[in-house]
Design a protein around this ligand. Structure first.
Ligand code: FMN
Length: 180
């Protein structure tokens, strides 16, 4: 199974990107998780959204089309998703209700330095994905709180309970995604 991982943060030391990398390093060999970098995606502009898309947008569309599912890790910015992530979804969501995202089984997780772990952004993200007919994995939320303290020096999740929780989330997600 090929899973496209998208971090909603462009930051070099992003905790969401770190979380996705830690997950990618720990999955079974029958699952591959590849990270897509949103840094080069321009602001959505309908004038650019013709048959020929900006190259980074086309790369995103191709990567989504080619994947069996998506795993999105979002920061929370002012109780919602960062504009960078919403912008990428806006590009990928066209044509409306019939885009590459339609029917693509997607997991939503978050990491934040706060105690709430980004859960409010997850709620918004699920709602945004509904608008694109993207099915979202239903499971107890995985939200990494105080994420700046959560990784060891090798970039692994330091706490065993947290590692077990994400493993459980992932095995549930991959089982569900394969059945879609
Ligand atoms: C503009 C802005 C708004 C933020 N608002 C929230 C917020 O509402 N809730 C929250 O938990 N964290 C908030 N944060 C903190 C981020 O979630 C935190 O810095 C997180 O580590 C960012 O993700 P990253 O490490 O992947 O870049 C905000 C950060 C920024 C820059």
């Amino acid at each position: 199974m090929k899973v496209l991982a998208i971090s909603g943060s462009l930051r070099q030391d992003s905790l969401n990107t770190r979380l996705l990398k830690a997950i990618a390093d720990s999955v079974d060999e029958n699952v591959s998780i590849e990270l897509f970098d949103l840094a080069d995606i321009p602001f959505y502009n309908g004038d650019l959204d013709g048959d020929t898309k900006p190259a980074p947008v086309q790369a995103l569309l191709d990567a989504i089309a080619d994947a069996d599912g998506m795993l999105i890790a979002t920061p929370e910015y002012n109780y919602s998703v960062p504009g960078v992530l919403k912008n990428a979804i806006d590009w990928a969501s066209r044509p409306a209700f019939n885009s590459v995202m339609r029917g693509k089984p997607t997991g939503v997780i978050s990491a934040s330095m706060s105690h709430t772990g980004g859960v409010r952004a997850q709620v918004h993200l699920r709602d945004i994905l509904l608008a694109t007919l993207t099915p979202v994995y239903l499971a107890p939320d995985f939200a990494l709180a105080s994420a700046h303290t959560a990784f060891d020096e090798q970039g692994r999740l330091a706490d065993k309970n947290t590692r077990d929780f994400i493993q459980q989330y992932l095995s549930g997600y991959t089982r569900w995604a394969a059945s879609q």
